[in-house]
Design a protein around this ligand. Sequence first.
Ligand code: ADP
Ligand code: MG
Length: 664
Amino acid sequence: MDKLTKSPRLNYLLRQMDIWSFYDVINHLPRRYENFNLTNPNDIKDKERIVIYGQVISYPKQARGRRVISVAFDFMSVDKKYYHVIAYNRGYLSSTIELNEYYTLVGTFNKLKNEISLINLQKGKIEKENTLRPIYSLPKDYPNHLFYGLVKRSLEAVKGKVFSLVPFCYRKKYKLVEKETALNYAHSPRSFEDIRQSLRYLKYEEALMFSLKNQLIKEENKSLAKIKKEPIDLELCKPWLDSLPFKLTDDQKQASEEIINDMNQSSLMYRMLQGDVGSGKTLVSFIALYANHLRGDQGALMAPTDSLARQHFENAKKAFEGTKLKIALLVGSTPKHEKDLIYDDLRDGYIDIVIGTHALFSKGVEYSSLGLVVIDEQHRFGVNQRIALASKGEHADILSMSATPIPRSLALTLYGDLDISTLTTFPSKKKDIRTSIVESEDEKIFEYVDKSLKDNRQVYIVAPLIEYREDHRYSVEQLFARYVLKYGNKVGLLHGKMSANEKNEALEKFYNNETPILVTTQVIEVGIDVPRANLMVIYDATNFGLASLHQLRGRIGRDGTTAYCLLTHDEDEESERLNILVDSFDGFKIAEEDMKMRGPGELAGIKQSGIPNFAFLNIVNDFKIFLVARDDATYILKNKDDKSFKYIIERASKEIKEEDKIKG
Ligand code: ADP
Ligand code: MG
């Protein structure tokens, strides 16, 4: 394909942004618009934004601040008023702003100094219909005007070739513009109304495609018939359940019943079990696996990492000790000869439950009768991968588990009619985690660490990044150095850039308390279980979402004794957000707050998830569009023969296949 720009550097940046074609360019919508509408001279107010047109009347001079270079010049507006203009931090402007030239300036007015702090400027006078200038989210060194130029060229290049996916009847019903018009409006709006119309189309199309794809996948899944079995019920599990050292919570009991009820249906189960860390999901999944065994089928439990799979395996061995169930562990690092034995036993039906990572579904693995697949931390697997799993088992029920408490409204829109069971109460051992906010250099932190070590407890030190970066204060590498300096070989290191072997070794040493302190990133969010851990220090806590922080602290206090979570934070602006964590331990409430404040894209787990990153839609604010689009998608699929629906259905099917390819 042709290069999008002549500059190799800009092309590189475009690829970083995952922009490969003219279509990708025009789908990259402005983040906001700079309004160049001139301010009425009577409306010029102190400390407020103003837009004026006039002439540069002094030579732009650089002024060196402590660390930055600014540019200053004098300016005369067309109504003959004089202003001093300063462009903080943008020394480079001195070479582009020309003396005596006319400009339209946007800035903040300081009455006392009669000064304008420059926000933006454009050469010349701006026509009324061009006053809304798009501002794009771009990498630091990609100038906005160059990208805008590329947008203009791209719009020209695809002219007449952009098809509206939304069928005509719905464009008419909702009075939507054509897609090409929508994109033109978005990039060069004449008014805010243009922008509104543009988004109305783009959002609806996105929601409609999303629903359509979901429903197509669901149809495909439903078409996989199940082999009729004797119905099972929870009572049949009772003898085994009674052998366990504890009683089910009411929530666990209800969830188990819902699951078993699904398993008895003739269509495939497609259920999500959600509950906070420590709410006892694992046991519920064991019940499902046991019930599945009673009906004579094999079960598989898939975890996102080796170490989690191992943990589940150990727990399963304990839970099924008194039974005759044969349980196996199959992960990427399982030696070849062992793997071959497991493959044989799975095919011959000698293994009842197999626990592992996606190695469970790699080539060469065959099951004699796979009836149930449990997927732990389901968001980390793509939506479509679910079909791949189901087809491996041909008729396997699917239960996914998630510790990310997704607010109900959101779950409904995202998962459509995926059934959900929720664990809201905790088993007997009530967690007691005391959270406080401290400054990062507070000596108190070390006192807490000392106390934990003295009590033979363990400690997590968490930072937002692995390596140092200018805009973040703390990195794992830096903190590792700091803690090693103080605690020597008691400190371990774990992060995503380490090899699988290094990671396993680090985890091993932490599990058996060789290194009671673990310096790490968010990787620990996913299910590490070290009951002895009673302290977690999270540096630069505002860099995490609330829901992530909540999940992170769920790693401590797992044995029911008092644990401490210290959130470090040094600037005031955002610390209020953290107070919710100090006050509340309700994962759903925290997720809801997090979503309100930062938007759903930032919710823990969702970023790494198979849930699409919506380009135009906001999952919270556009909830209604999702609902409307869902019904329309249902109608479209019910009327597949209608010619005007052919195009969008084909496109949706094609996109599903492409997504499968990428993930598989
Ligand atoms: P989750 O997977 O939801 O984070 P787990 O299933 O790991 O939670 O359960 C957390 C802990 O609670 C485990 O140590 C488990 O053995 C224990 N547990 C589970 N169910 C019960 C119960 N009904 N009563 C007492 N303890 C339980
Ligand atoms: Mg778990």
